[in-house]
Ligand binder design. Structure first.
Ligand SMILES: CC(C)(COP(=O)(O)O)[C@@H](O)C(=O)NCCC(=O)O
Ligand SMILES: [Mn+2]
Length: 834
């Protein structure tokens, strides 16, 4: 696959000591490469008193297969490598891992096993000095020490600029992501709560001043807590607090009497230490310290007129009560003027900053659209705890999933991890999840792996990229979340069958299929418990998660054979359809074409209702039935406006579009009998056509790799398509015989294919392939087709050029909600240029 960086990177392999693992009978046994490591560029550490935080980067090889077809298209679109960076960042992944400092030995093993130290180690935090000799002794490297404040600020600035859903508010148990305008980020107050607390006024990159601090911080909580409760670890103490007297949890105990004096009541109570429950002591301590930090932070914000305060550091650990308390203090004393915000990567500021101090790694100016966060599955996690060392490979991952059946234990929550053999959580234990008001602190661990894809771009035709929100359905709405959770859960057994069959139905495929189902269910369960666990959640994210999860268990194209069958059946009837269309008047033909697109969008293997239909007839029968049902007016029907734009009225003969981008959807009838004939009509009018298709498979969607063969096959029966495909560089192989002997040799406008940069049934136009972005530059018409691309996402998107959104609604609930209609109703929405 050309320049597809999202998944399945293939670093160079070290094959020494390679061994086949497990059963030799299976078709695709797992091969262990004990000496293999990704091509690591950099490792940075933040060695704190209680935790060691690691940030490391694994680089992707550039996988561009510069095939001839692709080259011609690039030439046509006028893309060279001109918009590429000159330094060698070809994409890769940024991993976040942590170890308890007491388990530094495990950390060193981890670094050694992955050979992460080969390019040197940048380190910050007190431990960078304390453990320098140990690193030298065990790994033979000297730590490059970085200033702690520099690192914190660099880390925070990077996160706030580069990650879309990094900052959030947390009030009364509600988490809400805040969209930070990167042009309006400074100044802000950064409060880092580690053992002690630093307060830093940040005015820009590298421009900051430590303005205050307090020595009453995480260390105080842990120290006093240990003395008073006999807890053995920070997390145990934190966990204990969750069982503290929660009479006033909901309001953080901030009635004046409660906060007037922390521990003040013990004077009058005349009780001994033993008379108090350790749970209550822990909670009171946590409240006292969090509240105090919130208050001092506010006073400092006031001193410098700062409105925004970002809190980071591992004291917080995503702990709902801590965040609520801090937020309350800030809100209360500032009378709502200042805002407390938290960071998803709270614990990694220092390590990230140390990482940024590597010069010329080219990551410092990565932009938000070039980062894709993924949440792979895989750490052994049950009963609220991560057990043992991180899982090494796919086989281990599968075995772990299987254990859940044997034990009859449920996976309470998935733990996002890096793909096979790249990272782990180092046996870091999470406090028990309690649900209800005090939510699981496992959320603190939910930072994914950041895939850096420097070739991604913002789609240039978005009218207002800052305001653009891809999702139409917001899953913050509980009833929506529950509905889609059920839909996806119910669809799962069928999907697993398809996936397993696509891999030959072998025992290995069955094992993977089973593990996939468990992993995906666990992700769903986790999101039901905490919808914002992985950042802001929309329906598109959920649908993409499913595809990513399939890929994680190496199901690369579950609908492969279905797609092939439907392509063949549709291509067989295409010639007759084209003849029929050509016999019509322009007006009737245009209507037939649009109707054809809508009717053929019924071939959607992601819709339960449609899949049920497919048992009732052949592809062609269903296609005919669907066409016959197409009665105008459609539920959303702007056809007349579109027709007028295309054909004009009276003497008005409008100019044809210069270039149209057709975002295609499903394989088979959808693309062959729906979108291709429409493309042909545009080409006939002299409009260049770019077919935009998925980079990776998702359900039965056609991919950019599959499309040229389909076009070539269709071109055998159609001169217009053939000449356009030739002009677009799509037909590079031995020339195809034409029906008419091709007497006509006038030049044609080109038909091209570009990949969209994604592998999901939906599309987020903030992150598209550079090819698509380049192709968009001369386009004056966008046609978005299908439920995923035109309804679930982009239904409300506005464009700088004309847009046509075409879809059949194949879900009753969505039909009611979105268009006040019914299942199988159609949408033909035409929007003039903005
Ligand atoms: C996954 C889909 C968005 C794909 O639709 P498409 O874009 O192919 O038109 C759609 O099938 C869907 O929303 N399905 C789930 C709902 C259901 O089964 O009714
Ligand atoms: Mn589709």
């Amino acid at each position: 696959m050309p320049s597809m960086h999202r998944s399945g990177s293939r670093p160079q392999l070290d094959l020494s000591k390679a061994a086949i693992q497990g059963n030799f009978e299976v078709k695709n046994p797992t091969i262990l490469l004990p000496n293999q490591s990704d091509d690591i560029s950099h490792l940075a550490l933040d060695i704190g008193g209680s935790l060691i935080k690691l940030v490391y980067f694994s680089r992707h090889e550039d996988q561009s297969i510069d095939d001839k077809r692709k080259k011609t298209i690039k030439e046509r679109l006028g893309i060279s490598n001109g918009n590429r960076r000159s330094y060698p960042i070809l994409g890769g992944r940024l991993h976040f891992v942590k170890f308890e400092t007491t388990k530094i030995s495990e950390c060193l093993d981890f670094i050694h096993s992955k050979q992460l130290h080969r390019g040197g180690i940048h380190a910050t935090g007190g431990g960078a000095y304390k453990f320098a000799d140990l690193f030298k002794e065990r790994l033979g490297v000297s730590l490059d020490k970085e200033d702690e404040m520099d690192c914190l600020v660099a880390g925070a600035n990077f996160l706030l600029k580069a990650i879309r859903h990094e900052a959030f508010t947390h009030m009364e148990g509600q988490k809400e992501f805040v969209q930070i305008d990167t042009n309006d980020l400074f100044p802000y107050l950064l409060v880092n709560i580690g053992s002690g607390v630093s307060m830093i006024k940040v005015d820009g990159d590298g421009k900051f001043e430590r303005v205050s601090g307090t020595n009453v911080g995480g260390g105080t909580y842990w120290g006093l807590g240990r003395l008073l409760t006999k807890c053995k670890s920070f997390d145990e103490l934190l966990e204990l607090s969750q069982r503290g007297d929660n009479r006033d949890h909901r309001h953080i105990g901030l009635s004046a009497s409660t906060i007037a004096s922390s521990f003040g009541k013990t004077i009058s109570d005349k009780k001994e230490l033993a008379d108090y429950r350790p749970e209550d002591i822990s909670l009171s301590l946590l409240r006292m310290i969090s509240y105090n930090i919130g208050q001092i932070s506010y006073l400092n914000a006031l001193r410098f007129g700062l409105k925004r305060i970002f809190f980071g550091g591992f004291f917080i650990r995503g702990h709902a009560y801590t965040m609520d308390t801090i937020s309350f203090a800030v809100q209360f004393w500032s009378k709502g003027e200042a805002q407390a915000m938290f960071l998803r990567h709270e614990g990694f500021l220092g390590a990230l900053g140390a990482f940024m101090s590597y010069e010329k790694h080219g990551l410092d100016d990565l932009m938000v659209h070039q980062l894709v966060e993924r949440f792979p599955m895989g750490a052994p996690y049950t009963g609220g705890r991560i057990h043992g060392p991180p899982l090494g490979d796919l086989n281990e991952k599968i075995s772990w999933m299987e254990k859940f059946v044997l034990k009859g234990t449920e996976i309470t929550a998935p733990v996002p991890m890096a793909p096979s053999g790249t990272t782990g959580l180092g046996g870091f234990e999470v406090p028990l999840s309690k649900g209800s008001t005090l939510r699981s602190d496992a959320s603190a661990l939910n930072v994914g792996v950041l895939h850096l894809v420097p070739t991604l771009e913002v789609f240039p035709l978005l009218a207002d990229p800052k305001m653009y929100e891809p999702n139409t359905i917001d899953l913050a709405d509980r009833s929506e979340l529950e509905y889609w959770f059920t839909v996806l859960s119910e669809h799962l057994p069928d999907l697993v069958d398809k996936a397993v069959a696509s891999e030959g139905g072998t025992d290995d495929a069955k094992r993977r299929g089973d593990a996939f189902a468990r992993a995906f269910s666990a992700h769903l369960a986790r999101l039901m418990e905490e919808p914002a666990a992985y950042g802001k959640l929309g329906l598109a994210n959920l649908l993409e998660l499913r595809e990513e999860c399939l890929r994680e268990f190496q199901f690369l194209d579950a609908y492969r054979s279905i797609k092939q069958r439907e392509n063949e059946a549709s291509l067989a009837v295409l010639p007759d359809l084209l003849v029929e269309l050509d016999s019509m008047s322009k007006e009737t033909r245009l209507l037939m074409l649009i109707e054809g697109v809508l009717a053929a969008n019924i071939f959607d293997w992601g819709s339960r209702a449609c899949v049920d239909l497919y048992h009732k007839g052949t592809i062609i029968e269903i296609y005919r039935m669907s066409r016959n049902k197409m009665q105008r007016p459609w539920r959303v029907d702007d056809f007349d406006a579109f027709k007028e734009r295309m054909l004009g009225s009276g003497d008005n003969k409008p100019r044809p579009h210069k270039r149209a981008l057709l975002f295609v959807d499903n394989s088979g009838a959808d693309v062959v009998l729906g979108m291709l004939p429409l493309a042909r009509e545009l080409l006939r009018r002299g409009t260049e056509v770019v077919l935009v298709a998925n980079s990776l498979p998702a359900l039965n969607d056609i991919t950019a790799m599959e499309l040229p063969d389909i076009v070539a096959e269709a071109a055998k029966h159609c001169d217009i398509l053939r000449r356009a495909a030739e002009a677009g560089g799509l037909l590079v192989d031995a020339m195809i015989n034409t029906l008419d002997g091709s007497k006509e040799n006038s030049p044609s406008v080109p038909l091209m294919v570009v990949e969209n940069g994604c592998g999901s049934p939906c599309i987020d136009l903030r992150q598209v392939s550079s090819e698509l972005a380049a192709a968009a530059k001369n386009a004056d018409l966008i046609i978005l087709e299908g439920m995923g691309r035109a309804l679930h996402t982009n239904f409300n998107a506005r464009f700088k050029c004309e847009a046509l959104k075409l879809a059949m609604v194949k879900n009753q609930r969505l039909a009611e909600k979105l268009i006040k209609g019914n299942i199988y109703d159609c949408v033909c929405r035409y929007e003039p240029a903005r």
